[in-house]
Design a protein around this ligand. Structure first.
Ligand code: VGL
Ligand code: ZN
Length: 203
């Protein structure tokens, strides 16, 4: 068992990001078994859940004339327009049925405001509105994080980069992540994580 200063954060392991889902990540369900196995090692376990209202601005179908995976300009910066996914209360927003959710002490929902997306578990996409996760981890005395889940190049990478910025030591278990890889986004995310000092581990 690892010391209580280390937390496992399982990112967005939800039906819509797995094969058959609305924003399916190739081989996304392959992260379930390794994340379940890791949970047994960690005293502090957190899961995140992408949790959008039906009118969310990241959905392409809320922007007439725009298509999924187009880029849009929002007041807080560029935003990918996604297929409608992880709508609050739907099966798509539910955790993958194979994911062990009982060991999680905290589930943090993000992306619940209509007018802003939230890739990171720590801050919304304006990079300033906090989700509250930083305070939760800090008040439990956590100093180091291991991240795994979906998708490597969006919610995992944004979370890892913010975690470093907040002063945590960060490891991403690449073998327990899968990527969307949109226009080179995986290579860019890997380069940014390396440059920021994130440890990229393969198991
Ligand atoms: C995610 C795109 C949109 C993710 C969430 O979990 O990586 N990607 N919403
Ligand atoms: Zn989303």
């Amino acid at each position: 068992m690892r010391p209580a200063t280390e937390a496992l954060i399982g990112i967005d392991i939800q039906n819509d990001f797995c094969p058959g889902g609305a924003l399916a990540v190739a081989d996304g369900d392959a992260v379930v078994a390794p994340v379940n196995a890791m949970m047994a090692e960690f005293a502090v376990v957190v899961l995140t859940q992408d949790w959008h209202p039906a009118g969310h601005l990241s959905f392409a179908d809320n922007h007439p004339g725009r298509a999924p995976f187009d880029m849009a300009q929002m007041p807080y910066g560029p935003q990918v327009l996604w297929p409608r996914h992880c709508v609050q209360g739907t099966d798509g927003a539910t955790f993958h049925p194979g994911l062990a959710t009982d060991p999680a002490q905290m589930v943090i929902r993000k992306g619940f405001r209509t007018g802003i997306d939230s890739y990171s578990a720590f801050f919304e996409n304006d990079r300033t509105t906090p989700t509250g996760l930083d305070g939760y981890l800090r008040s439990r005395g956590v100093e180091a994080l291991t991240l795994a889940g979906l998708a490597t190049d969006f919610c995992v990478a944004y979370s890892a980069l913010d975690a470093v910025r907040q002063g945590f030591r960060v490891t991403v278990r690449m073998d327990a992540c899968r990527a969307i890889d949109l226009n080179g986004s995986l290579a860019e995310a890997v380069a940014q994580m390396r440059a920021a000092g994130v440890t990229l581990a393969e198991g």
